[in-house]
Design a protein around this ligand. Structure first.
Ligand SMILES: [Fe+2]
Length: 256
């Protein structure tokens, strides 16, 4: 189907962002080496992704921020030329494991997406407590903007009241593309998108096999079930959130 002039214009100015990826090599359980990273980037480019936010796991209880940042920097520097050759913009972030004390942790803003106040936060897989939610409030209090990583994974395993409490906080909710690929798991995520209570998508890609870049497949389902306007809004928001990273300072912190 041919795009209307409006849609063509929109496509020209707004890109497709993968907000959750383990694409940097050798830093976590994601890409094993730069060759794998290159193939993942090429898969992403072939799917129409033009921006990856690299979000390696950061476990504040296991490793210092300094060590994490040092290792991420090395992996990022190795990846930047490869990403550029694929026409991909790369941002540095982290998937930050929520733990007691995170919200008031010293220097924790350093693991926000570089050039922004956005922090991809992974809730614990053990049963949540009200203290966990308090940590999110502490982050908000210091102007850190949480993005809740793959919230759909917690919906079946955590008390509904906590899920609802999170959805009522001024946080962004990220969903993994994978949840849309099976009818068993797509119902609630589609409902969250329809209600405007989920906002961003990611592939959460780790490798080339069982956890590969699959953003396009997930987006196709969203488009089929909800309509193209929902993808447009997701892309518009992604663009807006990363647009601030166009300032002189921030430019030094991205691949471009
Ligand atoms: Fe992840």
């Amino acid at each position: 189907m041919e795009r209307s002039p409006d849609e063509a214009k929109w496509k020209d100015v707004v890109g497709v962002v993968d907000f959750h990826s383990h694409i940097l090599p050798g830093i976590d359980d994601g890409s094993k080496n730069i060759q794998m990273t290159e193939q993942m980037l090429r898969q992403g480019a072939a799917q129409g992704i033009d921006t990856f936010v690299a979000t390696p796991h950061f476990y504040p209880e296991r490793v210092s921020i300094e060590r994490f940042l040092r290792r991420r920097e090395e992996a990022f520097e190795l990846t930047v030329p490869v990403a550029q050759s694929c026409g991909i913009r790369l941002f540095r972030g982290a998937e930050v494991a929520l733990c007691p004390g995170l919200g008031r942790g010293e220097g924790i803003e350093q693991v926000c997406v570089v050039g922004t106040n956005l922090m991809l936060v992974e809730m614990p897989f053990r049963p949540w407590t009200s203290r966990d939610l308090k940590e999110l409030e502490y982050l908000l209090d210091r102007d850190i903007q949480p993005i809740m990583a793959h919230l759909e994974r917690f919906i079946p395993i955590q008390p509904k009241k906590y899920i609802e409490e999170i959805l009522d906080l001024p946080v962004y909710v990220q969903l993994n593309a994978e949840c849309f690929l099976q009818w068993r798991t797509r119902g609630k995520p589609l409902k969250l998108l329809r209600e405007g209570r989920a906002h961003l998508l990611g592939s959460d890609c780790h490798n080339l096999t069982n956890r590969k870049v699959n953003l396009a497949q997930g987006r196709q389902v969203v488009e089929r079930k909800l309509g193209r306007s929902y993808l447009r809004e997701i892309d518009r928001l992604g663009d807006e959130l990363l647009a601030g990273v166009g300032t002189e300072m921030a430019q030094q912190n991205t691949a471009w």
